[in-house]
Design a protein around this ligand. Structure first.
Ligand SMILES: NC(=O)c1ccc[n+]([C@@H]2O[C@H](COP(=O)([O-])OP(=O)(O)OC[C@H]3O[C@@H](n4cnc5c(N)ncnc54)[C@H](OP(=O)(O)O)[C@@H]3O)[C@@H](O)[C@H]2O)c1
Length: 210
């Protein structure tokens, strides 16, 4: 598939790099004149191509947004996604590791209102980027799960395939309203790892009974 990335820092690069190695074509959206992360990404992986934002969206089958949450509104308002899948990798984190929208609504629902022409699917958000860079768990007996949430079933099928390729068990958590719970899971992980200094190689697995 052709995958377009808006934001190619820690998270965007880790996902784009792995999926490019799996054979996908990666298009990075250029959104400003100078971008340190874009320069670094192209140094590390010269196979990425770069297009202006709307062109990157036009050319991508699936689009990822991995910018700071509070930058997304100004960046994406007015972009025509033509009904494509927009994988929301952002997390609205507020002061003191609280929910950035005061848990009133999820960042993904907020984003969906800004970009009604997209089908937003929240994914790749509940762990630190370290678990996206390296599939250190690939020989483990239990795969870590990656929860995702969104309103459009076909878009979620696409995202589930990409989650599998990243080495995780995709876990469909329902419609986009569930994204709020995923954002709280992020806050838990961030508190435990970034604040309490547990290893960033912390992932959750789902174990089901009959
Ligand atoms: N870090 C994690 O472990 C982690 C894990 C899961 C989800 N997330 C979420 O993923 C998102 C990205 O996190 P990250 O760690 O990848 O951040 P990052 O390394 O700082 O990368 C951010 C990317 O967004 C771009 N960007 C920043 N401000 C922008 C703006 N105003 N307009 C356009 N582009 C802008 C940056 O470009 P420049 O280099 O040009 O500034 C860079 O490409 C955040 O929402 C974060 O909450 C983070």
């Amino acid at each position: 598939m052709k995958l377009a990335f808006i934001g190619i820092g820690n998270v965007g690069f880790a996902i784009a790099n792995k999926l490019q190695q799996n054979g996908h074509e990666i298009i990075v959206a250029s959104t400003k004149e100078m971008s340190k992360s874009l320069d670094t990404a192209l140094e590390k992986n010269p196979n990425f191509s770069v297009l202006p934002l709307q062109h990157a969206v036009n050319n991508g089958d699936v689009i990822f947004v991995a910018t700071p949450f509070f930058a997304t509104e100004a960046l994406l308002a007015g972009i025509d996604f033509k009904g494509k899948t927009l994988v929301d990798c952002t997390n609205p984190v507020g002061a003191g590791l609280t929910h950035g929208l005061k848990s009133v609504e999820s960042g993904s629902e907020y984003l969906q209102k800004i970009v009604p022409s997209a089908n937003v699917v929240k994914a790749f958000t509940i762990y630190g980027y370290e678990n996206l860079v390296e599939q250190w768990f690939e020989n483990a007996s239990i795969r870590p799960m990656m929860p995702f949430a969104g309103n459009n079933i076909e878009c979620k099928v696409l995202v589930a395939k990409l989650i599998e390729e990243m080495g995780f068990e995709p876990m469909d958590c329902g419609d986009l309203s569930q994204a709020l719970h995923l954002e709280h899971m992020t806050l838990l992980w961030v508190t435990m790892v970034r604040k309490w200094q547990l290893s960033p190689k912390l992932v959750w697995a789902a174990i089901r009974g009959e």
